[in-house]
Design a protein around this ligand. Structure first.
Ligand code: 13P
Length: 254
């Protein structure tokens, strides 16, 4: 049985004061729903602060990115070794990093290997553009992203792997994928994982949906058999909205 995960990707939002306020607003409800795995991914500058605030709670902490090197002359970057003492997860290969910061599947592969070395769990983001969707290339695009990003890894390496299916056209647009549509693509992702690794690895991996997920549509996603949770952007910046998603999630799949 895969535990439902709701992961909050705050992206480049919240000052440390705002992050503190947001966590304090949510925390009592997050504590009350430990049947859902809740993950907060604040901006790097608030990582330590949030780790203190959620100490002794079931809430998990993630980073939005990491460099692949352990340390060195990489001005402005953060290494997995720096995150390892605070975080459990690292989002890698988000489409914003792929598009705006030119991250290739090869770079994402390098980063995944590096975070695994520090016992951090990667959340590998994949997803197609509108044009790729319209031209019927979803399976091809996603399969290539998965195969190249996971190249050279064993099933033991990816134990605990989380994949987030985030169609680019649904991110920040208010135009979420339909539940059935997301379920179909996530089913494809699971089949590709089975082909790369094995059936057990594919069955154990949690695969999230991301893209305009909110309190009004989360139940539709979680009622699908292949969907194990959501990676939430905008709606996770509003405490009441994110808490409502967690409450819906705690009622789903029981
Ligand atoms: P939105 O929920 O704001 O569409 O963002 C989704 C996302 O990119 C999460 O990583």
């Amino acid at each position: 049985m895969r535990k439902i995960m709701l992961a909050a990707n705050w992206k480049m939002n919240t000052t440390p004061n705002e992050a503190q306020e947001l966590v304090n607003q949510m925390l009592p409800d997050l504590r009350a729903h430990s049947e859902v795995e809740v993950l907060l991914c604040p901006p790097f500058i608030s990582t330590m602060l949030v780790s203190e605030l959620i100490k002794n709670s079931p809430v998990k902490l993630g980073a939005q990115n990491a460099h692949y090197a352990d340390k060195g002359a990489f001005t402005g970057e953060i290494s997995p070794s720096m995150l390892a003492c605070m975080c459990q997860y690292v989002i890698l290969g988000h489409s914003e990093r792929r598009r705006l910061f030119s991250e290739s599947n090869q770079i994402v592969n390098h980063k995944i290997k590096s975070v695994i070395k520090y016992n951090l769990c990667p959340i590998l983001c994949v997803g197609e553009s509108l044009e790729e969707n319209d031209s019927g290339r979803v399976e091809d695009v996603i399969s290539t992203q998965l195969r190249q990003s996971l190249e050279g890894l064993s099933s033991a390496d990816v134990a605990g792997l989380v994949v987030a299916y985030e169609p680019i056209w649904a991110i920040g647009t208010g135009r979420a994928a339909g539940g059935a549509q997301a379920n179909t693509t996530i089913g494809i992702i699971r089949r590709v994982l089975a082909a790369i690794f094995d059936e057990n690895t594919a069955a154990a991996a949690r695969i999230l949906y991301g893209g305009s997920a909110n309190g009004a549509n989360i139940t539709e996603f979680l009622s699908q058999p292949e969907i194990d949770g959501a990676l939430v952007g905008g709606a996770s910046l509003n405490a009441a909205e994110f808490v409502s998603m967690i409450k819906h999630a705690s009622n789903a799949k029981t």
